[in-house]
Design a protein around this ligand. Structure first.
Ligand SMILES: NC(=O)C1=CN([C@@H]2O[C@H](COP(=O)(O)OP(=O)(O)OC[C@H]3O[C@@H](n4cnc5c(N)ncnc54)[C@H](O)[C@@H]3O)[C@@H](O)[C@H]2O)[C@@H](O)CC1
Ligand SMILES: [K+]
Length: 503
Protein backbone atom coordinates (compact mmCIF):
# COMPACT_ATOMS: atom_id res chain seq x y z
CA UNK A 1 0.00 0.00 0.00
CA UNK A 2 2.99 2.30 -0.20
CA UNK A 3 2.69 3.09 -3.93
CA UNK A 4 1.88 6.74 -4.65
CA UNK A 5 -0.12 7.44 -7.80
CA UNK A 6 -0.10 10.69 -9.72
CA UNK A 7 -3.57 11.93 -10.70
CA UNK A 8 -2.93 10.64 -14.24
CA UNK A 9 -1.95 7.21 -12.91
CA UNK A 10 -5.01 7.19 -10.65
CA UNK A 11 -7.23 7.94 -13.64
CA UNK A 12 -5.57 5.01 -15.40
CA UNK A 13 -6.20 2.77 -12.37
CA UNK A 14 -9.87 3.84 -12.41
CA UNK A 15 -10.07 3.13 -16.13
CA UNK A 16 -8.49 -0.32 -15.79
CA UNK A 17 -10.74 -1.14 -12.84
CA UNK A 18 -13.83 -0.06 -14.79
CA UNK A 19 -12.68 -2.24 -17.69
CA UNK A 20 -12.41 -5.17 -15.28
CA UNK A 21 -15.79 -4.56 -13.65
CA UNK A 22 -17.53 -3.59 -16.88
CA UNK A 23 -18.45 -0.02 -15.86
CA UNK A 24 -17.09 2.82 -13.72
CA UNK A 25 -20.25 3.87 -11.85
CA UNK A 26 -20.02 1.15 -9.15
CA UNK A 27 -16.71 2.70 -8.08
CA UNK A 28 -18.42 6.02 -7.45
CA UNK A 29 -21.24 4.31 -5.54
CA UNK A 30 -18.66 2.51 -3.42
CA UNK A 31 -16.77 5.78 -2.85
CA UNK A 32 -20.00 7.39 -1.57
CA UNK A 33 -20.66 4.38 0.68
CA UNK A 34 -17.22 4.35 2.29
CA UNK A 35 -17.39 8.11 2.84
CA UNK A 36 -20.76 7.71 4.57
CA UNK A 37 -19.48 4.85 6.71
CA UNK A 38 -16.49 6.90 7.84
CA UNK A 39 -18.66 9.92 8.68
CA UNK A 40 -21.16 7.81 10.64
CA UNK A 41 -18.35 6.12 12.57
CA UNK A 42 -16.13 9.11 13.22
CA UNK A 43 -18.46 12.09 13.49
CA UNK A 44 -21.11 10.59 15.77
CA UNK A 45 -22.00 13.97 17.28
CA UNK A 46 -22.69 15.58 13.91
CA UNK A 47 -26.39 15.94 13.04
CA UNK A 48 -26.12 17.93 9.82
CA UNK A 49 -23.75 17.84 6.88
CA UNK A 50 -23.14 20.43 4.17
CA UNK A 51 -21.84 18.70 1.04
CA UNK A 52 -20.07 21.02 -1.40
CA UNK A 53 -20.25 19.37 -4.83
CA UNK A 54 -18.10 20.28 -7.83
CA UNK A 55 -18.91 19.66 -11.51
CA UNK A 56 -16.75 16.52 -11.94
CA UNK A 57 -16.62 13.05 -10.43
CA UNK A 58 -15.33 14.38 -7.11
CA UNK A 59 -18.70 16.12 -6.89
CA UNK A 60 -20.29 12.85 -8.03
CA UNK A 61 -18.94 11.14 -4.91
CA UNK A 62 -20.56 13.98 -2.93
CA UNK A 63 -24.01 13.39 -4.48
CA UNK A 64 -23.86 9.65 -3.66
CA UNK A 65 -22.71 10.41 -0.13
CA UNK A 66 -25.49 12.98 0.41
CA UNK A 67 -28.15 10.42 -0.55
CA UNK A 68 -26.79 7.81 1.88
CA UNK A 69 -26.39 10.24 4.78
CA UNK A 70 -29.99 11.39 4.39
CA UNK A 71 -31.15 7.78 4.46
CA UNK A 72 -29.39 7.57 7.84
CA UNK A 73 -31.44 10.47 9.15
CA UNK A 74 -28.84 13.23 9.03
CA UNK A 75 -29.74 16.74 7.90
CA UNK A 76 -28.03 17.09 4.53
CA UNK A 77 -27.77 20.02 2.12
CA UNK A 78 -25.93 20.13 -1.18
CA UNK A 79 -24.18 23.31 -2.28
CA UNK A 80 -23.16 23.55 -5.92
CA UNK A 81 -22.38 26.20 -8.50
CA UNK A 82 -23.03 24.10 -11.60
CA UNK A 83 -24.46 20.69 -12.41
CA UNK A 84 -22.17 17.96 -13.75
CA UNK A 85 -21.86 17.63 -17.52
CA UNK A 86 -24.41 15.26 -19.08
CA UNK A 87 -23.31 11.70 -19.71
CA UNK A 88 -20.78 11.54 -16.87
CA UNK A 89 -20.90 9.33 -13.79
CA UNK A 90 -21.27 12.52 -11.77
CA UNK A 91 -24.35 13.51 -13.78
CA UNK A 92 -25.85 10.08 -13.08
CA UNK A 93 -25.14 10.45 -9.37
CA UNK A 94 -26.59 13.97 -9.34
CA UNK A 95 -29.66 12.70 -11.23
CA UNK A 96 -30.26 9.94 -8.68
CA UNK A 97 -29.86 12.34 -5.75
CA UNK A 98 -32.96 14.12 -4.45
CA UNK A 99 -31.23 15.99 -1.63
CA UNK A 100 -32.07 19.69 -1.77
CA UNK A 101 -29.53 21.83 -3.69
CA UNK A 102 -28.48 25.35 -2.84
CA UNK A 103 -26.31 27.86 -4.62
CA UNK A 104 -22.68 27.54 -3.52
CA UNK A 105 -22.29 31.34 -3.76
CA UNK A 106 -24.62 31.74 -0.76
CA UNK A 107 -22.97 29.03 1.39
CA UNK A 108 -22.14 30.23 4.90
CA UNK A 109 -20.50 27.53 7.03
CA UNK A 110 -22.24 26.62 10.27
CA UNK A 111 -19.47 25.25 12.47
CA UNK A 112 -21.76 22.77 14.21
CA UNK A 113 -22.20 21.01 10.85
CA UNK A 114 -19.62 18.89 9.08
CA UNK A 115 -18.55 20.30 5.71
CA UNK A 116 -17.75 17.74 3.03
CA UNK A 117 -15.42 19.19 0.42
CA UNK A 118 -16.30 17.33 -2.78
CA UNK A 119 -15.53 20.22 -5.11
CA UNK A 120 -12.40 19.01 -6.95
CA UNK A 121 -10.08 16.06 -6.65
CA UNK A 122 -7.83 14.49 -9.22
CA UNK A 123 -9.27 16.63 -12.00
CA UNK A 124 -8.14 20.02 -10.68
CA UNK A 125 -6.89 21.64 -13.86
CA UNK A 126 -6.50 25.35 -13.13
CA UNK A 127 -6.33 27.69 -10.13
CA UNK A 128 -9.29 27.29 -7.85
CA UNK A 129 -10.91 30.71 -7.60
CA UNK A 130 -14.21 32.60 -8.05
CA UNK A 131 -17.25 31.05 -6.38
CA UNK A 132 -15.25 27.93 -5.41
CA UNK A 133 -12.34 29.85 -3.93
CA UNK A 134 -14.69 32.15 -2.02
CA UNK A 135 -16.60 29.20 -0.50
CA UNK A 136 -13.39 27.57 0.68
CA UNK A 137 -12.08 30.85 2.10
CA UNK A 138 -15.29 31.22 4.14
CA UNK A 139 -14.80 27.66 5.45
CA UNK A 140 -11.21 28.40 6.40
CA UNK A 141 -12.15 31.67 8.14
CA UNK A 142 -14.96 29.99 10.08
CA UNK A 143 -12.64 27.07 10.98
CA UNK A 144 -15.42 24.74 9.91
CA UNK A 145 -14.68 21.03 10.39
CA UNK A 146 -14.02 19.66 6.90
CA UNK A 147 -13.82 16.17 5.48
CA UNK A 148 -12.11 16.31 2.08
CA UNK A 149 -13.02 13.80 -0.59
CA UNK A 150 -9.85 12.49 -2.24
CA UNK A 151 -7.89 15.74 -1.62
CA UNK A 152 -8.64 19.14 -0.14
CA UNK A 153 -9.91 21.00 -3.23
CA UNK A 154 -7.19 23.25 -4.62
CA UNK A 155 -4.37 20.90 -3.59
CA UNK A 156 -2.57 19.28 -6.51
CA UNK A 157 -2.47 15.52 -6.11
CA UNK A 158 0.79 15.44 -8.02
CA UNK A 159 2.79 18.11 -6.22
CA UNK A 160 0.98 19.00 -2.98
CA UNK A 161 1.04 22.64 -4.11
CA UNK A 162 -2.03 24.81 -3.58
CA UNK A 163 -3.38 25.93 -6.93
CA UNK A 164 -5.40 29.04 -6.13
CA UNK A 165 -7.13 28.42 -2.79
CA UNK A 166 -7.55 25.49 -0.43
CA UNK A 167 -9.05 25.01 3.04
CA UNK A 168 -7.48 22.72 5.63
CA UNK A 169 -9.40 19.50 6.26
CA UNK A 170 -9.59 17.55 9.48
CA UNK A 171 -9.76 14.29 7.59
CA UNK A 172 -9.10 13.39 3.96
CA UNK A 173 -10.50 10.18 2.52
CA UNK A 174 -8.75 9.08 -0.63
CA UNK A 175 -9.30 5.99 -2.72
CA UNK A 176 -7.14 2.96 -3.54
CA UNK A 177 -3.73 4.56 -2.90
CA UNK A 178 -2.35 7.86 -1.61
CA UNK A 179 -1.11 10.48 -4.06
CA UNK A 180 2.18 12.44 -3.72
CA UNK A 181 0.13 15.54 -2.81
CA UNK A 182 -1.00 13.84 0.42
CA UNK A 183 2.62 13.67 1.60
CA UNK A 184 4.29 16.75 0.11
CA UNK A 185 3.89 20.09 1.84
CA UNK A 186 1.82 22.22 1.90
CA UNK A 187 -0.68 19.57 0.81
CA UNK A 188 0.21 17.31 3.72
CA UNK A 189 -0.64 19.94 6.31
CA UNK A 190 -3.98 20.69 4.59
CA UNK A 191 -5.08 17.03 4.46
CA UNK A 192 -5.27 16.41 8.20
CA UNK A 193 -5.47 12.69 8.80
CA UNK A 194 -5.44 10.71 5.54
CA UNK A 195 -7.52 7.55 5.26
CA UNK A 196 -7.12 5.32 2.21
CA UNK A 197 -10.40 3.59 1.39
CA UNK A 198 -10.96 0.48 -0.70
CA UNK A 199 -13.57 1.12 -3.38
CA UNK A 200 -13.11 -2.15 -5.20
CA UNK A 201 -10.23 -1.28 -7.52
CA UNK A 202 -8.30 -4.55 -7.86
CA UNK A 203 -4.67 -4.32 -6.75
CA UNK A 204 -3.45 -6.02 -9.92
CA UNK A 205 -4.21 -2.91 -12.01
CA UNK A 206 -0.89 -1.65 -10.62
CA UNK A 207 0.93 -4.23 -12.73
CA UNK A 208 0.01 -2.23 -15.82
CA UNK A 209 1.04 1.13 -14.34
CA UNK A 210 4.68 2.20 -14.09
CA UNK A 211 4.75 3.38 -10.47
CA UNK A 212 7.84 5.50 -9.82
CA UNK A 213 7.06 6.94 -6.42
CA UNK A 214 6.49 5.38 -3.00
CA UNK A 215 5.83 6.43 0.54
CA UNK A 216 9.05 5.70 2.43
CA UNK A 217 7.83 2.83 4.61
CA UNK A 218 10.00 0.16 6.18
CA UNK A 219 8.56 -2.60 3.99
CA UNK A 220 10.73 -1.34 1.09
CA UNK A 221 14.06 -1.70 2.88
CA UNK A 222 13.63 -3.57 6.15
CA UNK A 223 14.74 -6.88 4.64
CA UNK A 224 17.96 -5.19 3.47
CA UNK A 225 18.99 -3.83 6.88
CA UNK A 226 22.44 -5.23 7.59
CA UNK A 227 22.65 -8.03 10.15
CA UNK A 228 26.12 -9.11 11.26
CA UNK A 229 26.86 -12.79 10.82
CA UNK A 230 28.58 -14.90 13.50
CA UNK A 231 31.84 -14.91 11.58
CA UNK A 232 31.87 -11.11 11.09
CA UNK A 233 34.90 -9.14 12.11
CA UNK A 234 35.05 -5.39 12.41
CA UNK A 235 36.31 -4.63 8.91
CA UNK A 236 33.82 -7.03 7.32
CA UNK A 237 31.08 -4.93 8.96
CA UNK A 238 32.43 -2.00 6.96
CA UNK A 239 34.95 0.71 7.67
CA UNK A 240 33.70 4.31 7.38
CA UNK A 241 35.88 7.41 7.03
CA UNK A 242 34.51 10.78 8.12
CA UNK A 243 36.36 14.01 7.33
CA UNK A 244 36.75 16.58 10.09
CA UNK A 245 36.97 20.34 9.67
CA UNK A 246 39.57 22.56 11.36
CA UNK A 247 40.09 23.24 15.07
CA UNK A 248 36.82 25.12 15.65
CA UNK A 249 34.61 22.94 13.42
CA UNK A 250 35.10 19.34 14.50
CA UNK A 251 31.80 18.48 16.20
CA UNK A 252 29.78 17.90 13.03
CA UNK A 253 32.16 15.21 11.76
CA UNK A 254 32.23 13.51 15.16
CA UNK A 255 28.43 13.32 15.14
CA UNK A 256 28.51 11.78 11.67
CA UNK A 257 31.17 9.34 12.81
CA UNK A 258 29.21 8.31 15.88
CA UNK A 259 26.05 7.87 13.78
CA UNK A 260 27.91 5.65 11.30
CA UNK A 261 29.17 3.51 14.18
CA UNK A 262 25.73 3.29 15.79
CA UNK A 263 24.22 2.32 12.43
CA UNK A 264 26.41 -0.76 12.65
CA UNK A 265 29.64 0.03 10.78
CA UNK A 266 32.41 -2.17 12.19
CA UNK A 267 35.04 0.57 12.29
CA UNK A 268 34.97 4.33 11.89
CA UNK A 269 37.98 6.58 11.39
CA UNK A 270 37.86 10.34 11.74
CA UNK A 271 40.13 11.87 9.12
CA UNK A 272 41.36 15.14 10.51
CA UNK A 273 43.67 17.96 9.48
CA UNK A 274 46.80 18.16 11.68
CA UNK A 275 45.54 21.34 13.35
CA UNK A 276 42.43 19.57 14.73
CA UNK A 277 44.01 16.26 15.77
CA UNK A 278 44.37 17.24 19.40
CA UNK A 279 40.83 18.54 19.80
CA UNK A 280 39.41 15.45 18.08
CA UNK A 281 41.58 13.11 20.15
CA UNK A 282 40.16 14.57 23.36
CA UNK A 283 36.64 13.58 22.30
CA UNK A 284 37.13 10.17 20.72
CA UNK A 285 37.21 6.69 22.23
CA UNK A 286 36.00 3.91 19.94
CA UNK A 287 36.31 6.08 16.83
CA UNK A 288 39.84 5.98 15.36
CA UNK A 289 41.73 9.09 14.35
CA UNK A 290 44.07 9.69 11.45
CA UNK A 291 45.73 12.76 10.00
CA UNK A 292 44.78 13.61 6.42
CA UNK A 293 46.07 16.95 5.29
CA UNK A 294 45.85 17.04 1.51
CA UNK A 295 44.66 15.03 -1.54
CA UNK A 296 47.97 13.11 -1.72
CA UNK A 297 47.66 11.89 1.87
CA UNK A 298 44.05 11.06 1.16
CA UNK A 299 44.95 8.94 -1.88
CA UNK A 300 47.65 7.12 0.08
CA UNK A 301 45.22 6.38 2.90
CA UNK A 302 42.53 5.12 0.52
CA UNK A 303 45.02 2.81 -1.19
CA UNK A 304 46.31 1.53 2.14
CA UNK A 305 43.03 0.91 3.98
CA UNK A 306 39.86 -0.72 2.73
CA UNK A 307 37.26 1.94 3.41
CA UNK A 308 33.72 0.98 2.43
CA UNK A 309 32.20 4.44 2.62
CA UNK A 310 33.02 8.03 3.53
CA UNK A 311 31.25 11.20 4.64
CA UNK A 312 32.63 14.51 3.40
CA UNK A 313 31.16 17.90 4.17
CA UNK A 314 29.88 18.37 7.73
CA UNK A 315 31.88 21.25 9.23
CA UNK A 316 34.60 20.69 6.65
CA UNK A 317 34.92 24.23 5.26
CA UNK A 318 34.66 25.61 1.73
CA UNK A 319 37.22 26.28 -0.98
CA UNK A 320 39.61 24.24 -3.11
CA UNK A 321 40.27 21.62 -0.44
CA UNK A 322 36.72 20.31 -0.25
CA UNK A 323 36.45 20.23 -4.06
CA UNK A 324 39.73 18.36 -4.38
CA UNK A 325 38.84 15.86 -1.66
CA UNK A 326 35.45 15.22 -3.27
CA UNK A 327 37.15 14.62 -6.61
CA UNK A 328 39.62 12.10 -5.15
CA UNK A 329 36.84 10.23 -3.32
CA UNK A 330 34.41 10.13 -6.23
CA UNK A 331 37.03 8.91 -8.70
CA UNK A 332 38.62 6.36 -6.38
CA UNK A 333 36.39 3.45 -7.43
CA UNK A 334 37.02 3.86 -11.15
CA UNK A 335 40.77 4.38 -10.57
CA UNK A 336 41.34 1.56 -8.09
CA UNK A 337 38.59 -0.90 -8.97
CA UNK A 338 37.67 -0.98 -5.25
CA UNK A 339 34.14 0.13 -4.36
CA UNK A 340 33.98 3.28 -2.23
CA UNK A 341 30.58 4.75 -1.49
CA UNK A 342 30.51 8.47 -0.89
CA UNK A 343 28.10 10.69 1.06
CA UNK A 344 28.48 14.39 0.30
CA UNK A 345 26.73 16.78 2.66
CA UNK A 346 26.86 20.43 3.74
CA UNK A 347 30.17 22.08 2.67
CA UNK A 348 30.87 19.33 0.14
CA UNK A 349 27.75 20.57 -1.68
CA UNK A 350 28.05 24.30 -1.07
CA UNK A 351 31.72 24.03 -2.11
CA UNK A 352 30.47 23.44 -5.66
CA UNK A 353 28.07 26.44 -5.71
CA UNK A 354 28.36 28.36 -8.96
CA UNK A 355 30.42 25.62 -10.61
CA UNK A 356 28.78 22.25 -9.97
CA UNK A 357 29.77 20.50 -13.23
CA UNK A 358 32.99 18.97 -11.82
CA UNK A 359 30.89 17.47 -9.00
CA UNK A 360 28.43 15.91 -11.44
CA UNK A 361 31.20 14.57 -13.67
CA UNK A 362 33.05 12.96 -10.78
CA UNK A 363 29.84 11.64 -9.18
CA UNK A 364 28.87 10.00 -12.49
CA UNK A 365 32.26 8.28 -12.49
CA UNK A 366 31.32 6.80 -9.12
CA UNK A 367 28.50 4.90 -10.83
CA UNK A 368 25.54 5.28 -8.49
CA UNK A 369 27.69 4.92 -5.36
CA UNK A 370 27.19 8.55 -4.33
CA UNK A 371 24.56 10.05 -2.06
CA UNK A 372 24.02 13.83 -1.93
CA UNK A 373 22.07 15.12 1.07
CA UNK A 374 21.15 18.77 0.42
CA UNK A 375 18.55 20.80 2.28
CA UNK A 376 16.63 23.21 0.05
CA UNK A 377 19.27 25.99 0.42
CA UNK A 378 22.17 23.72 -0.55
CA UNK A 379 20.09 22.26 -3.36
CA UNK A 380 19.48 25.70 -4.86
CA UNK A 381 23.23 26.40 -4.80
CA UNK A 382 24.13 23.42 -6.98
CA UNK A 383 20.90 23.01 -8.98
CA UNK A 384 19.74 26.66 -9.31
CA UNK A 385 17.67 26.11 -12.46
CA UNK A 386 15.88 23.05 -11.08
CA UNK A 387 15.23 24.83 -7.76
CA UNK A 388 13.75 27.81 -9.60
CA UNK A 389 11.39 25.75 -11.78
CA UNK A 390 8.12 26.48 -9.95
CA UNK A 391 6.18 23.94 -12.01
CA UNK A 392 8.23 21.02 -10.67
CA UNK A 393 7.13 19.11 -7.60
CA UNK A 394 9.68 18.33 -4.91
CA UNK A 395 9.74 14.75 -6.23
CA UNK A 396 10.50 15.95 -9.76
CA UNK A 397 13.18 18.35 -8.52
CA UNK A 398 14.91 15.53 -6.64
CA UNK A 399 14.55 13.23 -9.65
CA UNK A 400 16.01 15.72 -12.11
CA UNK A 401 18.91 16.45 -9.77
CA UNK A 402 19.58 12.72 -9.32
CA UNK A 403 19.56 12.21 -13.05
CA UNK A 404 21.88 15.16 -13.66
CA UNK A 405 24.41 14.13 -11.01
CA UNK A 406 24.10 10.36 -11.28
CA UNK A 407 23.81 10.33 -7.49
CA UNK A 408 21.10 9.29 -5.06
CA UNK A 409 19.48 12.53 -3.95
CA UNK A 410 18.21 13.06 -0.43
CA UNK A 411 16.37 16.39 -0.67
CA UNK A 412 15.79 17.14 2.98
CA UNK A 413 12.95 18.92 4.72
CA UNK A 414 9.77 18.06 6.59
CA UNK A 415 8.85 15.95 3.54
CA UNK A 416 12.29 14.59 2.59
CA UNK A 417 12.38 13.07 -0.89
CA UNK A 418 14.87 10.35 -1.81
CA UNK A 419 15.39 9.93 -5.56
CA UNK A 420 17.46 7.57 -7.66
CA UNK A 421 18.91 8.57 -11.06
CA UNK A 422 16.52 6.14 -12.82
CA UNK A 423 13.52 8.13 -11.56
CA UNK A 424 12.50 5.96 -8.60
CA UNK A 425 11.55 8.19 -5.68
CA UNK A 426 10.31 7.88 -2.11
CA UNK A 427 8.65 10.52 0.03
CA UNK A 428 9.30 10.32 3.74
CA UNK A 429 6.28 10.81 5.95
CA UNK A 430 7.40 10.25 9.55
CA UNK A 431 9.41 13.47 9.96
CA UNK A 432 9.12 15.56 13.11
CA UNK A 433 9.81 19.24 13.77
CA UNK A 434 12.16 18.15 16.57
CA UNK A 435 14.65 17.27 13.83
CA UNK A 436 14.98 20.95 12.96
CA UNK A 437 18.02 21.24 15.22
CA UNK A 438 21.73 21.90 14.58
CA UNK A 439 23.64 18.75 13.68
CA UNK A 440 20.73 16.48 12.83
CA UNK A 441 21.82 16.46 9.17
CA UNK A 442 25.35 15.42 10.16
CA UNK A 443 23.86 12.44 11.98
CA UNK A 444 21.78 11.49 8.93
CA UNK A 445 24.84 11.59 6.64
CA UNK A 446 26.70 9.31 9.04
CA UNK A 447 23.80 6.88 9.25
CA UNK A 448 23.64 6.58 5.45
CA UNK A 449 27.39 5.93 5.29
CA UNK A 450 27.14 3.42 8.13
CA UNK A 451 24.41 1.41 6.41
CA UNK A 452 26.15 1.53 3.02
CA UNK A 453 29.42 0.38 4.59
CA UNK A 454 27.65 -2.82 5.61
CA UNK A 455 26.57 -3.48 2.03
CA UNK A 456 23.14 -1.88 1.90
CA UNK A 457 22.52 -0.41 -1.58
CA UNK A 458 22.69 3.42 -1.64
CA UNK A 459 19.02 4.15 -2.43
CA UNK A 460 17.70 1.75 0.21
CA UNK A 461 20.36 2.88 2.71
CA UNK A 462 19.27 6.49 2.20
CA UNK A 463 15.57 5.58 2.57
CA UNK A 464 16.23 3.52 5.71
CA UNK A 465 18.44 6.20 7.27
CA UNK A 466 15.91 8.98 6.62
CA UNK A 467 13.10 6.93 8.14
CA UNK A 468 15.06 5.62 11.16
CA UNK A 469 16.53 9.09 11.82
CA UNK A 470 12.99 10.49 12.05
CA UNK A 471 11.75 7.55 14.09
CA UNK A 472 14.63 8.04 16.53
CA UNK A 473 13.82 11.74 16.83
CA UNK A 474 10.13 10.99 17.44
CA UNK A 475 11.03 8.65 20.26
CA UNK A 476 13.07 11.43 21.89
CA UNK A 477 10.73 14.38 21.35
CA UNK A 478 11.10 17.66 23.24
CA UNK A 479 14.61 18.68 24.21
CA UNK A 480 16.19 16.59 21.48
CA UNK A 481 19.70 17.65 20.48
CA UNK A 482 21.61 16.01 17.66
CA UNK A 483 23.99 14.19 20.03
CA UNK A 484 21.01 12.24 21.41
CA UNK A 485 20.24 10.66 18.04
CA UNK A 486 23.21 8.26 17.65
CA UNK A 487 22.89 7.19 21.27
CA UNK A 488 19.22 6.35 20.83
CA UNK A 489 19.52 4.76 17.39
CA UNK A 490 20.31 1.18 18.58
CA UNK A 491 16.94 0.91 20.35
CA UNK A 492 15.07 1.95 17.22
CA UNK A 493 17.26 -0.11 14.91
CA UNK A 494 16.78 -3.26 16.94
CA UNK A 495 12.99 -2.92 16.63
CA UNK A 496 13.33 -2.90 12.84
CA UNK A 497 15.83 -5.76 12.86
CA UNK A 498 13.24 -8.01 14.49
CA UNK A 499 11.43 -10.11 11.90
CA UNK A 500 8.20 -8.26 10.98
CA UNK A 501 5.15 -9.52 12.91
CA UNK A 502 3.02 -11.93 10.92
CA UNK A 503 -0.33 -10.83 9.55
N1 LIG B 1 -14.00 6.08 -11.93
C1 LIG B 1 -13.46 7.18 -11.47
O1 LIG B 1 -12.81 7.92 -12.20
C2 LIG B 1 -13.67 7.52 -10.04
C3 LIG B 1 -13.42 8.82 -9.61
N2 LIG B 1 -13.66 9.21 -8.38
C4 LIG B 1 -13.66 10.62 -8.00
O2 LIG B 1 -13.48 11.40 -9.14
C5 LIG B 1 -12.52 12.40 -8.91
C6 LIG B 1 -11.89 12.80 -10.19
O3 LIG B 1 -12.92 13.18 -11.04
P1 LIG B 1 -12.72 14.14 -12.27
O4 LIG B 1 -11.64 13.64 -13.10
O5 LIG B 1 -14.04 14.33 -12.87
O6 LIG B 1 -12.16 15.46 -11.62
P2 LIG B 1 -12.75 16.52 -10.59
O7 LIG B 1 -14.05 16.12 -10.07
O8 LIG B 1 -11.67 16.80 -9.64
O9 LIG B 1 -12.92 17.84 -11.48
C7 LIG B 1 -13.03 17.85 -12.87
C8 LIG B 1 -13.95 18.94 -13.34
O10 LIG B 1 -13.64 20.16 -12.76
C9 LIG B 1 -13.32 21.15 -13.74
N3 LIG B 1 -12.28 21.96 -13.16
C10 LIG B 1 -11.00 21.60 -12.92
N4 LIG B 1 -10.36 22.59 -12.25
C11 LIG B 1 -11.26 23.58 -12.05
C12 LIG B 1 -11.20 24.84 -11.40
N5 LIG B 1 -10.10 25.28 -10.82
N6 LIG B 1 -12.32 25.60 -11.37
C13 LIG B 1 -13.46 25.17 -11.95
N7 LIG B 1 -13.58 23.98 -12.58
C14 LIG B 1 -12.49 23.19 -12.61
C15 LIG B 1 -12.96 20.37 -14.96
O11 LIG B 1 -13.18 21.11 -16.11
C16 LIG B 1 -13.88 19.17 -14.83
O12 LIG B 1 -15.18 19.49 -15.25
C17 LIG B 1 -11.59 11.83 -7.90
O13 LIG B 1 -10.93 12.85 -7.20
C18 LIG B 1 -12.54 11.00 -7.05
O14 LIG B 1 -13.09 11.81 -6.03
C19 LIG B 1 -14.38 8.30 -7.49
O15 LIG B 1 -15.73 8.47 -7.75
C20 LIG B 1 -14.00 6.87 -7.70
C21 LIG B 1 -14.14 6.47 -9.12
K1 LIG C 1 -12.10 17.51 -2.70
Amino acid sequence: MHELLTPQQMAEADRLAAECIGESYPLMLRAGEVLAQIILERFVEVRAVDVLCGPGNNGGDGYVLATILREHGLGVRIWRAEEPAAGTDAARAAGECTVERFDLASFQPDTSNLVVDALFGAGLARPLEGVYGDALRRCAEAKAPILAVDLPSGVSGGSGQVIGTAAAAELTVTFFRKKPGHLLFPGRSLCGEVVVADIGIPGNVLQSIDIRCHENLSSSWRHLLPRPSFDSHKYRRGHVGVFSGGTTATGAARMSAMAAARAGAGAVTLLSPASALAVNAVHLTSIMLRRIEDPEELSTFLNERELASVVLGPGFGLGEKVRNFADVLLRFTSRSGRRLKVVLDADALTGFAGDPEPLFEAAKENGGGTVLTPHEGEFARIFPDIAAAAELSKVDRARQAAERSGAVMVLKGADTVIAYPDGQAAINSNGTPYLATAGSGDVLAGMIAGLMAQGMPPFEAACAAVYLHAETARSLGPGLIAEDLPARLPVILSAYLEPPARG
